[in-house]
Design a protein around this ligand. Sequence first.
Ligand SMILES: Cc1ncc(COP(=O)(O)O)c(C=O)c1O
Length: 409
Amino acid sequence: MADLDARLAEAAATFGTPSYVYMTDAIEARLDEIRQTLGPWFSLSYAMKCNPNPGLLKWLAERVELVDVSSIGELRLGTEAGWTPAQASFTGPGKRNFEIAEAIATGVGELVVENLQEAETANRMAGEAGKIQHVLLRLSPISVPKGFGDHMAGRPSPFGIDIEDAPEILPQILALPHLQIVGLHIYSGTQCLKPDAICENYRNFMGVFRDICAAHDITPQKLVFGSGLGIPYHPGDTPLDLAEIAANVGPDLDAFRQEPPFKDTQLILELGRYLVGEAGYFLTSVVTIKDSRGQRIGICDGGMNNHLPASGHFGMVIHRNYKMHRVGGGDGEEKINLVGPLCTSIDRLANGVALPPLDVGDVVAVHSSGAYGPTASPVYFISHPAPCEILVESDAMTDISRDFGPGTR
Ligand SMILES: Cc1ncc(COP(=O)(O)O)c(C=O)c1O
């Protein structure tokens, strides 16, 4: 912690605040942990939506075998960072025609088809391009165990083909001549800290994959298990124990892979926050301290505009207060509300957080900020400076800030 804090202090002193600091040692350790525990079954796909910073992507592209993109912009970022188009899958509802056409022309590995209309469009476009496009069919299971921060299935949902409609829809997609169904995809829930729920979900996935493959005579090359692996955001959250998950669901995965249709199938974990979330810190400096009607308020140089999830407005179970500390430590504790610089009362990073007494100029580090930071924040609101982004590799610090355009520097 002392070493980490010293690096955060150095980053703040060198590059200023507001800023995001991404610790590659922590991502490396996380990759090792996942590969050691779940590697016997799964390949990894980085869901870039959680953090598409080009500098970070470049680092990840050398270490993570697959990438998942959810827009043509993300596909471009992924290939610029070093992944080949063939390593990319393209998920997401509402893909526009030009995105589908460009993805096919670029040679995207798999288009993750979310509904019949999209399949028909992709088929037409692949035909026009003279190609057979590889496709994963995204399925929406009928239930999701309790314990996920956001449910993308188990209810009316824009994501994927509802499995009760599969008997009607899948034969139509399978008959399309310019698409080749190479596998299935499920991403039904995110941000889960309950190992039992994650294992139950993976067992549900295996059941769905088994049934769909049997009913439609599919021998999949790939099956995507949307990971749902969550990270601790709040004091008191218990981190996941991947070894426990592996011990729990491993025998089922072993048995699944012995079944004839799945003997040569690549199983893939598609994940974002579990890879990079805990490796990132958001640094914001106190600009003004105000005592107001019995409460102490620290007004900071970056708030909701830089870090929407930490302000509690990203939905799911991610609420205030994130874990945070005063960079440089300090003696004693004092309760304070931390707000950002926006002219709205919803711009609030902490309510009554206990920190060493803060002064103007002090820096606060908000933890678990490596995923869904700038990419999920309204950086243009009120045109305050956009946050810097810093990649820390051992002792080297690199400024990998993005240019958000006029008014944000
Ligand atoms: C299809 C899909 N894949 C991957 C992810 C990444 O989720 P997480 O960052 O929680 O791992 C999401 C998140 O919403 C998603 O919708």
